[in-house]
Design a protein around this ligand. Structure first.
Ligand code: F3S
Length: 289
């Protein structure tokens, strides 16, 4: 079987930066605590766990001599203010692009504009982003966008990992809801590139495998994008799931497979999945060459 990997897949700049920071601290012998899971990938969290990195949910849990790392999805303004007053040593691994959305939201709040944030209200990034303004309306569906009351002016901003097509659709609805709409397309470059590459590859192969955490927002978006283009799309968290007999039965006669992966999926996972799928149909591939 010929296996193709999307042109852009796996670790993004924000995740790589966070892991570099953590590994640097580990090398210096620091005991590390992260404010919430660093990223949404169990394999990576397990590896960090072996280095003694533990996730905590309150500043009170940080022990003497321990170093706190703020995760890529960001923290709320309340925690940020608390940290400024506190003596807890910390390293900020919030992705700079997430930080940028916080700054935009703060600026819009000062201007007293009506802020509409598009994203998953339960996702830590949105929970944090929302806290940087007094009032933010979070919407996550076309239905919610249609239900918004009209107003003179709206500023619209996106979760960094939003499906770009969905963002455009919601914005087009909001354009009908206000005389003036300020659009901040804060979907990050890594997300845009991965979505574009996934969409392209999904249309060119017999089936698609999307690798990434089941709770990873950007992976779920990649899955939906691939599935729209290719109904034979499978979401796995680790390459081990590929040995499932039911899955093998479904794919074993195909000649081409596509792989894409979320921004927190390590390169080893992609390589292992590739290696596994390449074992199928080697002979047929040769006859078709
Ligand atoms: Fe940052 Fe985008 Fe990655 S916001 S953490 S570069 S998915």
């Amino acid at each position: 079987m010929k296996v193709f990997t999307a042109e852009k897949a796996g670790f993004c700049f924000g995740v790589e930066r966070a892991l570099t920071l953590i590994n640097g601290l580990h090398r210096k012998g620091k005991t590390i605590r992260t404010f919430g899971p660093l990223i949404h990938n169990n394999a990576v969290l397990k590896t960090l766990g072996k280095k003694g990195v533990r996730s905590i949910s309150s500043l009170k849990e940080v022990g003497r001599g321990e170093t706190l790392v703020l995760r890529t999805h960001g923290i709320s303004r309340r925690i940020e203010d608390q940290l400024k007053k506190d003596t807890v040593p910390y390293v900020d691994a919030t992705c700079p692009l997430v930080k940028k959305t916080h700054q935009i939201i703060e600026k819009l709040d000062r201007q007293k504009t009506r802020i509409v944030l598009i994203g998953d209200p339960s996702h830590p990034e949105i929970v944090a982003s929302k806290s940087y303004a007094g009032r933010v309306t979070v919407i996550n569906s076309v239905k919610e966008a249609m239900g918004l009351l009209s107003s003179r002016k709206i500023s619209v901003i996106a979760q960094t990992t939003l499906d770009l097509e969905f963002f455009k659709k919601v914005v087009s609805i909001l354009l009908e809801k206000a005389e003036s709409v300020d659009i901040y397309n804060t979907v990050c470059a890594a997300t845009k590139e991965r979505q574009k590459a996934t969409q392209k590859l999904a249309g060119e192969v017999d089936f698609m495998v999307v690798i990434g955490g089941k709770n990873s927002s950007n992976t779920l978006k990649l899955y939906r994008i691939a599935k729209r283009r290719n109904p034979r799309t499978y979401h796995i968290e680790t390459h081990r799931e590929l040995s499932n007999p039911a899955f093998i039965k479904r794919i074993r006669n195909f000649l081409t497979a596509g792989i894409t992966a979320g921004a927190s999926t390590p390169p080893q996972e992609i390589a292992q999945a590739r290696k596994f799928l390449q074992r199928f149909n080697r002979d047929k591939e040769m006859t078709h060459a």
